[in-house]
Design a protein around this ligand. Structure first.
Ligand code: BDR
Ligand code: CA
Length: 316
């Protein structure tokens, strides 16, 4: 099994990524770390605890709460028009008795990197703040972590906050830059691929028909939460009854890299103020001088990725 820490800002697609990771037979979730982004860190943590209960995956999954804001900037605030007022599309799921651990998200990441040297995969699907803080606490973890897989950024597709910047990198450019400039092996699952993997209303109907009875509460949740996401993507991207699986795709790629075609490119993050804040600068010159080599996912087998994601909800 792949040992994963999944770092989330639990919005709608984060919820799907969490459920997928918890239910996948190929993954052991070492912990879920939470941060600000789609919603404030308090609500992200609450959503995450509730989703663990909903998933009922059969093992204990610690939750460590993390950053409430970016390293050097102001938190721009939640995005209810995308993720609803509670971050999960205003879907109501029962509260959990589980409490977060006492360690911060950054402390948790450092401890696990030492407990699982060469084995730990960190998947970030929110701002990269917690991982940056962990690297500041102990830079040596860069050589202990097996790899970091990031949902964030874009190389060729348009941005989704500015014309060139994607939300997770735009939301804390300095944190992203710190990770890009570290030595940790880094794979970027950005908008170039996540916009291609889209879940539709008919997929949800399939789940309704084919998922076993014990998974139907999860299917109920998905129906409510994703309705909000479909509305947003109709408005913003003119997708008809479809929404991109940004965050789940990062988890899928972390475990199954054959789903994507990648290219190694030298890259860095722009930490300016205007349109380019959080932009990935790739140096595609013959003799690149900016940044270091990073693995970028540029194409994806979208049908296989979607089938793989949906399969965990169909298992008994
Ligand atoms: C990313 O931004 C958030 O709204 C989503 O959860 C995803 O992580 C997509 O740009
Ligand atoms: Ca997210």
């Amino acid at each position: 099994k792949t040992h994963i820490i999944l770092d989330v800002d639990t919005g709608i697609d984060d919820a799907l990524a969490i459920l997928y990771a918890l239910l996948s037979p190929d993954i052991h979730v070492e912990g879920l770390t939470t941060g600000f982004g789609n919603i404030d860190v308090g609500q992200a943590t609450e959503n995450t605890l509730r989703l663990i209960k909903l998933a009922n995956c059969g093992y204990e999954v610690p939750v460590a709460a993390g950053a409430a804001g970016p390293l050097k900037r102001e938190y721009a605030g939640p995005v209810p028009h995308i993720h609803g007022h509670n971050g999960i599309g205003d879907a109501e799921i029962p509260p959990s008795e589980q409490q977060p651990v006492k360690e911060s998200a950054a402390e948790f990441i450092v401890r696990k990197a030492y407990e699982l040297p060469g084995e730990l995969v960190v998947v970030t699907v929110g701002r990269m703040t917690n991982l940056a803080l962990a690297l500041t606490l102990d830079p040596a973890i860069a050589s202990k972590i097996k790899k970091v897989v990031v949902m964030g950024g874009t190389v060729f597709a348009p941005g989704n906050v500015t014309p060139v910047s994607e939300a997770n990198l735009w939301g804390d450019p300095e944190a992203a830059a710190q990770v890009f400039r570290s030595e940790v092996p880094l794979t970027i699952v950005g908008l170039d691929v996540t916009l291609k993997v889209r879940l539709s209303r008919s997929h949800l109907d399939q789940l309704r028909r084919l998922a076993p009875a014990q998974k139907q509460p999860i299917v109920d949740f998905l129906h409510v939460a994703l309705e909000r996401y479909f509305d947003f993507y109709l408005e913003s991207n003119q997708y008809l009854g479809e929404c991109p699986m940004h965050d789940p795709l990062a988890v899928l790629v972390a475990v199954n890299p054959s789903l994507v075609t990648t290219r190694e490119l030298h890259a860095d993050i722009d930490c300016g103020q205007g349109h380019t804040a959080g932009m990935i600068i790739t140096d595609r010159r013959v003799n690149p001088k900016v940044g270091r080599e990073i693995t970028f996912c540029l194409d994806v087998e979208e049908d296989r990725a979607l089938r793989q994601m949906l399969s965990v909800f169909l298992q008994p």
